[in-house]
Design a protein around this ligand. Structure first.
Ligand code: KIV
Length: 253
């Protein structure tokens, strides 16, 4: 079974997908060994690893660099990679960029927005495509912030239409980011492919998070919808402090 068939069959069985992001070998390996269903080399790389203010300046080469590290750490879970901003403006450009990601080890690519033509060309060439609707981080500068989507009837109708179009274009799954809870439930019921929510309530067919949000590694930034399962920043800082203290208090021989 290919990735799309697996995802649809899982949805039909009522299996709920758990997806997380990774950008390096150790975290990818730990996620894989922990049984995660899919690892995304997201363009959140820009914010989480590179210290940028949003995802917009992330390049294809940067995603490829981190994707290769992730690939080396994963033996089981599918690995998906984000197409960064400006690398899929036309279907042909999307194809060229996606081929680079597949060659670097991606099992699927993810693109943001209602772009069924891009998705269609990619899936017709055998590339697994994950759609991404709702709040689109690559448009955050244009929109002036991270705003919840689907509040008005027009916006809701347009999201439903786009979701169905992406499914018809052959997408294997659809990420719904910051979408009104009732609407993400409606979209999930209308689609055969799984919806993967982030800040969109519990009625999606699965959930995705940025791993450092989940494990509390970046206490200076936490989206309001995330309930961290750990606070790794504290043992991290304590270990560093203990090391400094050991070095300073250990007498030289
Ligand atoms: O870049 C990213 O991490 C994403 C998310 C959906 C988590 O696109």
């Amino acid at each position: 079974m290919n990735l799309k068939e697996n995802l649809i069959s899982a949805k039909n069985r009522g299996y709920r997908q758990s997806w997380l992001t990774a950008y390096d070998y150790p975290s990818a390996r730990l996620l894989d060994e922990s049984g995660i269903d899919l690892i995304l080399v997201g363009d959140s790389l820009g914010m989480v690893v590179l210290g940028q203010k949003d995802t917009i300046d992330v390049t294809l080469d940067e995603i490829i660099h981190h994707l290769k590290a992730v690939r080396r750490g994963v033996t089981r879970a599918p690995v998906a990679a984000d197409l960064p901003f400006g690398t899929y403006a036309t279907p042909d450009q999307a194809l060229a960029s996606s081929i680079c990601l597949i060659d670097a080890g991606a099992d699927a690519v993810k693109l943001e927005g209602a772009l069924p033509e891009q998705a269609s060309l990619l899936t017709s060439r055998g590339i697994a495509v994950i759609g991404h609707l709702g709040m689109l981080p690559q448009q955050v500068r244009e929109e002036g912030g991270y705003h919840r989507k689907g509040k008005t009837e027009t916006e809701a109708e347009s999201l439903i239409r786009s979701a169905l179009d992406l499914q018809s274009a052959g997408c294997c799954a659809l990420v719904l980011e910051l979408v009104e809870v009732a609407l993400s439930k409606e979209i999930s019921m209308k689609l055969d492919i799984p919806t993967i929510g982030i800040g969109s309530g519990n009625s999606c067919d699965g959930q995705i998070l940025v791993t450092s949000d989940l494990i509390g590694l970046q206490p200076w930034f936490r989206p309001s919808f995330v309930k961290p399962k750990a606070d790794l920043a504290t043992p991290f800082r304590n270990a560093v402090k203990e090391f400094i203290s050991d070095v300073q208090t250990t007498p030289s021989p």
